[in-house]
Design a protein around this ligand. Structure first.
Ligand SMILES: Cc1cc2nc3c(=O)[nH]c(=O)nc-3n(C[C@H](O)[C@H](O)[C@H](O)COP(=O)(O)OP(=O)(O)OC[C@H]3O[C@@H](n4cnc5c(N)ncnc54)[C@H](O)[C@@H]3O)c2cc1C
Length: 214
């Protein structure tokens, strides 16, 4: 299987970095190929904008859908978008690795989705959900939280995180045809010691290898 890891953390020696590295090692050791987009290291620009279409149909008035379809037909998306699309093309599975920030994904992940899952490439208005253009590929969220699990339950202030992820996944991934695998969450990382960290990394590796085997 070809796996693409979209990884977002500003600290290269963070726990999230260790999870990303462990995934690369475990997947490769099990015969899979892995690409990584390290968004902070790449200084990935997360801002969706008219300049992302380098051969505009209409330079006076910006209609994103028309421009996106034209860019798809002519291969004229911005070069960093084209680079990410090539990685997505190769991938059977996309893993997003990130810490929860304000109960969602970091802005750089949202921006990657905004700019890479373009109209024409990932969906059209007549090709969404069951007919989304990335159909046949899978996606998996690997997430850490600072807060304990109870905060992200129905009894907690932030509500049921699994329900939140189900909705986010539906509107961001299922809409483009991706099959959503069960997420992997590690709670309470803010107060975690290194010993538990090492055990959690092993648990994640086992989870991942079981997932790619299905
Ligand atoms: C802007 C912002 C908003 C946030 N909002 C939320 C929120 O809404 N909800 C929430 O729950 N949290 C929130 N947080 C907290 C955030 O989710 C956590 O800080 C993050 O999940 C922790 O992951 P990390 O990779 O940064 O861990 P790190 O801080 O890098 O590491 C945590 C611990 O992991 C262990 N560790 C690190 N590296 C290793 C290793 N190689 N092997 C074994 N153990 C290791 C160490 O014991 C370390 O102390 C927010 C943080 C920010 C910056």
């Amino acid at each position: 299987m070809n796996v693409l890891i979209i990884y977002a953390h500003p600290n290269p020696s963070s726990f999230n970095a260790a999870l990303k590295d462990a995934a690369v090692d475990a997947l490769k050791a099990n015969g899979h190929s892995v690409d990584v987009s390290d968004l902070y290291a790449m200084k990935f620009d997360p801002v969706f904008k008219a300049e992302d279409y380098t051969q505009r149909v209409d330079k006076d008035s910006f209609h994103f859908y028309r421009e996106a379809l034209h860019a798809h037909e002519t291969g004229s998306y911005a070069s960093d978008i084209l680079g990410e699309m090539k990685k997505v093309d190769r991938a059977d599975l996309i893993i997003f690795q990130f810490p929860i920030w304000f109960s969602s994904w970091p802005a750089i992940i949202k921006g990657w989705i905004d700019r890479v899952f373009q109209a024409g490439y990932a969906f059209r208005y007549d090709a969404m959900y069951d007919t989304g253009l990335l159909k046949g590929k899978k996606v998996l969220l690997s997430i850490t939280t600072g807060a304990p699990e109870v905060m992200y339950s129905n009894q907690g202030n932030a509500g049921d995180i699994y329900e939140m992820l189900r909705i986010l996944s539906h509107v961001s991934f299922e809409v483009v045809g991706l099959e959503v695998l069960p997420p992997h969450l590690i709670f309470d990382v803010a107060s975690m010691d290194r010993e538990r960290g090492i055990a959690e990394i092993e648990r994640y590796k086992d989870f991942l290898i079981a997932m790619v085997a299905t």
